[in-house]
Design a protein around this ligand. Sequence first.
Ligand code: GLU
Ligand code: MG
Length: 455
Amino acid sequence: MDKEPRNLDIAEISAVHEEITQADVRTVIGTAVNSAGLTLAKSVPVARLGAFHRSGMGAAEVWHVFCADGDIASIDSIGAVGDLRLRLDLGAVRDLGGGLAWGPTDFFAQSGERDPRCPRGLLRAVGLRLADAGLEARVGHELEFVLVAPDGSALEDTSWVPYGVTGLLDHEDFLADLLAATAAVGTGMEQVHCEYGRNQFEFSLPPASPVEGADSVVLAKILVGRVARRHGLRASFSPVPFPGGLGNGAHQHFSLTRDGKSLFEGGDGPHGMTAEGGAAISGVVNGLSDIQGLLTGSVLSGERLAPGLWSGAHACWGLENREAAVRFLRGGSGNPHGANFEVKIIDPSANVYTASAAVLALALEGITTRAPLPVEVTDDPGTLTDQQRAASQVTVLSHDIAAVIDVLDKSSLARRLVGDAIIDTTVVTRRHEQTHHAEKSPEERAELFRLAWSV
Ligand code: GLU
Ligand code: MG
């Protein structure tokens, strides 16, 4: 389970300091992801490591509402006055080589209270709620990105074979350096492959506790960005890097255990699920439209959600069903991490901490209310007739993101599970995107935001 970051004593801080100084670290970057899904940071010289951990570095409250276009969204509760503290989680600091170290931070008030708008704090709190119910979660992330030129334009057209060897060889040095860089920090990528879209790659990270898993996404994006730069490239983590093409997903795989036993194996439900496993899936399927604004909330997100693009745009579940928002994966020798469910609709513009927290909170809601498992959808739901879809209670998730954000704003379920503070900051940043960019052409919009979620 993810523990509350402890205040390390002077001796412990010195030990970390000593270790990274010996590794020739000069600069420490501490990151936080905000409600628009942007990765923000403060950096300090290594001598200030202890101060970054203990008292934190100052951050204006508007950090929460910086938007993907560089503006600040307006919200009554946040103004020019007031300051927060970003505190480095020293236990999670990694030496990235080349004189740089990185660690995740949490938002605190100056008084030392946790800031209720801190997404990393929310995810840890949801982990505690699960622990109170005797449950433990692990989350494994898959991320897709498209390699582009440093100015964000498309790379010159080379031949591209989806899932082919071609792209692996065309970008062999970049990929080898990336795998080496991630292995060196200890969160090795499990695999990388060429995706369907031109110059699109996907990597998978090993399952971890929810906060560690989300941290590993932030770290992996930093490494992708760093290695890409060294090869004269950039990586786009936009949900729609180029209009009309395939989108980038940021799928998350969830497993749940009670007393070390999986809720998704060894039971007498479908595919070996236990009753609690079925209830968890039910909670997620039934609550998806309430929290969708936290998973696919950007002004570009709707364009990725069309059926047929494997983004899981149907609110239903099914074994290995890539058009279902919740794809169930059986355990067994072909799946050594064990049975889990994958939420496919999440895209990389989402705040990764908030997205994991919202899905896990829904799973717990399903378990506590003993929600009955909905009918399994065994075919591509897009091929069902309206009548069959209605019989299976499958709905297509909305690609009208303005409406999706309105639903999030009004959802008492989302507000109860995630808290008003994070719903409110998310709603204002996403509405800002709608107000200023929804009317633009898809080309203009895609170009404007192509590198917004990159690091
Ligand atoms: N690119 C798809 C998406 O937008 C996912 C393809 C896949 O199943 O990996 O989520
Ligand atoms: Mg993929």
